[in-house]
Design a protein around this ligand. Structure first.
Ligand code: NAD
Length: 488
């Protein structure tokens, strides 16, 4: 079978290489986490398909790189139009594939996938910079396309995360080989159709489906790639970096987190409670999630009671229902991983003040919103990324202690502070080590702002000009002031 019909939408499950559908001899089964039914048999790439995709991208590069910026921007806007036109279908397929809420896909995720193309198309037209003259010599700084970008992405927001990486690469004039996540591969296949309809030339975007080990590993190690753009977990990032190292390929890594939500006694109480409960969105499968609640001890008891009360009212159920607040986890393997963290934390002395286990009343892969208290400093549950609906609570007595606890992590993706004191907001946000710090808000994202993580949360920044700096060979050309030397 080369096509599957998912929620009434036909999806071609073969690779997309050089503008054609290409099947592999072997396939993998894509399973919906909502009810664990098989959705599709998807072509499974190995080194041969990866070679073919990189060759196609290399062949398409010179022509694509020579298109004017206006021409590239125009085709990327048409891709965005196509995403918008098919947003309903993309939302329905993505929901069935990764189990996240249909209403989030409709209202947030798919509009953002379209915006990814529009934003980088527009930003492309503002790129040129000039450097100051030096001793009368004119300096010209240009952004030359680098070549073939490999893009490897995860399943928690598959199309949004893939397009966040693909769009700047294409805008920069690079060609792309993308490897979507094997737990939610389908919308990438629809994206291939959308780009073809928009007039993106054959070979400019190539998509190889498959597992990390079989398709991702040969792509990371491929000598034909010029940029490695990876979003995923820290252990995989280590393998990708090691594979890419012999080829001296620049890396952009957006990885995991263990971000804090720091609540001071002077905070707007209702806002702080709402921000804490928001961390259960997408069943906690959010890299930026603030899963470590750090609360000032004199307000801790009332605050925690209110969070437990509000979180216990979250409606768990089918993600296609408008009334559902929390859905399932993405796969059985991930479900067991999340449950393992909670079991070990409880065995080590933490207590579940909310949830603490599966919700089999709803389905096999549904996990209750869980809040754990009493974990010992340094415990696994306080230091490792769970990537599920599991918050921990710790208390602090002073601002200094709050900062120390917030920074007591090898990650540094994000942090959220809730305080009513503007001076404290300035002080504490300056001392926190994280790529993004939100003060009295959460998840406010501007595509022109730098995005990335410190420490084990990543390498580099993307967004706005940072993305073009990564995807381009930035060149400085220095012109002498005196004209051309007489060659005679
Ligand atoms: P993962 O690292 O297991 O997989 C990510 C991707 O890498 C998948 O496409 C997978 O097939 C591929 N892969 C696996 N092994 C590979 C290998 N040896 N070589 C090349 N590719 C390989 O991560 P996941 O479980 O899919 O995603 C969850 C992780 O992603 C979490 O850590 C989360 O925090 C992180 N994440 C980060 C951001 C961010 O922007 N910082 C955004 C979303 C998710």
């Amino acid at each position: 079978m080369v096509t599957a019909v998912v929620e009434g939408v036909e999806v071609d499950t073969r690779h997309w290489i050089a503008g054609r559908r290409v099947a592999s001899g072997s396939t993998f089964t894509d399973i919906s986490p909502i009810d664990e039914t098989p959705l599709a048999e998807v072509s499974s790439a190995g080194p041969a398909e990866v070679d073919a995709a990189v060759a196609a991208a290399r062949a398409a590069f010179p022509s694509w790189a020579s298109w004017s910026r206006e021409e590239r921007a125009a085709v990327l806007h048409r891709v965005a139009d196509g995403v918008e036109r098919r947003a309903e279908e993309l939302s329905a397929v993505e929901t069935r594939d990764n189990g996240a809420l249909l209403r989030s896909h409709r209202r947030g995720v798919m509009p953002r996938a379209a915006t990814n193309f529009r934003f980088f198309a527009d930003h492309l037209l503002t790129l040129d910079r000039s450097a100051p003259d030096i001793d009368g010599h004119r300096q010209r700084v240009t952004h030359d396309p680098a070549g073939v970008a490999a893009v490897i992405t995860p399943w928690n927001a598959p199309l949004m995360l893939a397009t966040w990486r693909i769009a700047p690469a294409l805008a920069a004039g690079n060609t792309v080989v993308a490897k979507p996540p094997e737990w939610a591969p389908l919308t990438a296949s629809l994206l291939a159709d959308i780009t073809a309809d928009a007039g993106l030339p054959a070979g400019v975007l190539n998509i190889v489906q498959g597992t990390g080990e079989e398709a991702g590993a040969p792509l990371s190690a491929h000598p034909g790639i010029n940029r490695m753009s990876f979003t995923g977990s820290v252990p995989t990032a280590g393998r990708v970096a090691a594979a890419a190292a012999p080829n001296i390929v620049p890396l952009s890594f957006e990885l995991g987190g263990k971000s804090p939500l720091v609540v001071f006694a002077d905070a707007d109480f209702d806002l702080a409670v709402a921000l804490a409960v928001e961390q259960f969105d997408n069943s906690g499968q959010v890299c930026l999630g603030a899963f470590r609640i750090l609360v000032e001890d004199r307000v801790a008891s009332g605050f925690v009671d209110a969070v437990v009360d509000r979180a216990s009212q979250l409606v768990q159920g089918d993600p296609r229902e408008e009334t559902t607040d929390m859905s399932c986890l993405v796969s059985r393997r991930h479900f067991e991983r999340v449950d393992g963290f909670v079991r070990r934390a409880r065995a080590a002395g933490a207590s579940a003040i909310l949830g603490g286990g599966p919700n089999h009343d709803v389905g096999h892969l549904f996990y209750r919103p869980t809040i754990l208290a009493g974990a010992e400093p340094g415990a696994e549950i306080l230091t490792e990324e769970v990537f599920g609906p599991v918050l921990t609570v710790q208390t602090f007595e002073s601002e200094d202690q709050a900062v120390a606890m917030a920074n007591d992590t090898r990650f540094g993706l994000a942090a959220t502070l809730v305080t009513g004191d503007p001076e404290r907001a300035e002080r504490v946000s300056a001392l926190i080590s994280a790529g993004t710090v939100w003060v009295n808000c959460f998840f406010v994202r501007d595509l022109g702002a730098p995005f990335g993580g410190n420490g084990h949360s990543g390498i580099g920044r993307e967004g706005g000009g940072w993305s073009f700096d990564f995807h381009c060979d930035v060149k400085n050309t220095v012109f002498a002031p005196t004209g051309w030397r007489d060659s005679g």
